[in-house]
Design a protein around this ligand. Structure first.
Ligand code: NAD
Length: 284
């Protein structure tokens, strides 16, 4: 079988644009597909922004390399055209089961036989989507993290029906584009990272809601006790307190009490985390 050379990314939003750019940065020809010319115009702006980001944050990207990545990306709003040459299609359309489902049905009808499909979904399992792909043996999850060039994990999760050889090729592809592949042996909601991180953040929120300790004390304990560079409250600031609020609101009574604190003491005062210069901590 061929290696995964020609890559198509479906959806050019926050993550899709980063996946397309990172893949092109590592030398692959990339087609970035979105649903309309308007969405593609927004995609072009994102890619131009990523040139600057890579030049500022990725060693060696200045001096033309980031620009060359941009030049390797072709935009398309025609699905059949976008996937005609694809060895691998990475799907990063909105996290809505109906949209994902219909995207795979349309994709299955036009993609070449050999093309491997991968979903970047954060919350759906690949087995939820595999029937719509028409090729369960060539389908799995390849999950990236926001700010892919710096947070370079690629969690790779197949279903019981994913061909092991396809799985291995996707692992090699992830390495090839500068990721650290996180190989998972079974499906698990939240993958590895969020299976570890979410309980930590919830426990920290609980300590705040119950008035046990303040944010600095919680973080100091975690840093000294484990050697980790950041504590959970610092991580909340990076994620953004609006997201933390939305997630906590869906939790139990303690998590909802934490959500109330987030709203009244932080969000309502414009303290949304690192992005606004202040959350649990102040930033330059
Ligand atoms: P987003 O809303 O920023 O982008 C979605 C893109 O898909 C938009 O450009 C939109 O125009 C396009 N789109 C809409 N309908 C489409 C369709 N039918 N076909 C093709 N494209 C379509 O979303 P996002 O945050 O980039 O998330 C995309 C996927 O990545 C989700 O599955 C999400 O779970 C996953 N993800 C997101 C993050 C994150 O931090 N944002 C992290 C990891 C994984």
């Amino acid at each position: 079988m061929t290696e995964l050379t020609n890559i198509t990314v479906l959806g050019t939003g926050v993550l899709g644009s980063q996946i397309a750019f990172q893949t092109a940065y590592h030398g692959h020809p990339v087609v970035a597909y979105d649903i309309s010319e308007e969405a593609l115009a927004a995609a072009k702006e994102r890619f131009l922004g990523l040139i600057n980001t890579y030049e500022a944050e990725v060693e060696g990207a200045a001096g033309g390399k980031a620009q060359e990545a941009f030049d390797r990306i072709r935009l398309s709003a025609d699905l059949a055209d976008a996937v005609a040459e694809a060895d691998l299609v990475i799907e990063a359309v909105p996290e809505n089961p109906a949209i994902k489902q219909s995207t795979y049905e349309k994709l299955a009808a036009v993609a070449p036989e050999h093309t491997v499909f991968a979903t970047n979904s954060s919350t759906l399992l690949p087995s939820d989507l595999m029937a719509a792909t028409g090729r369960p043996d060539r389908f799995l999850a390849l999950h990236f993290a926001n700010r892919i060039w710096a947070m370079n994990t690629a969690e790779i999760m197949g279903t019981a029906q994913t061909d092991p050889e396809v799985y291995d090729r996707v692992v090699r592809f992830a390495e090839d584009i500068g990721m650290v592949p996180i190989a998972m042996k079974k499906e698990k909601a939240g993958y590895v990272l969020n299976s570890l991180l979410v309980p930590l953040l919830q426990a920290a929120g609980g300590l705040i809601a119950e008035g046990i300790a303040d944010p600095e004390t919680i973080d100091k304990t975690w840093r000294i006790g484990t050697g980790a560079p950041q504590g959970p409250m610092q991580i909340f600031d990076i994620i953004g307190l609006t997201t933390a609020y939305n997630v906590s609101m869906m939790g139990d009574e303690t998590q909802q009490a934490f959500a109330k604190i987030l709203k009244e003491d932080y969000i309502d005062q414009g303290k949304l985390g690192v992005a606004t210069g202040e959350g649990f901590y102040r930033y330059q």
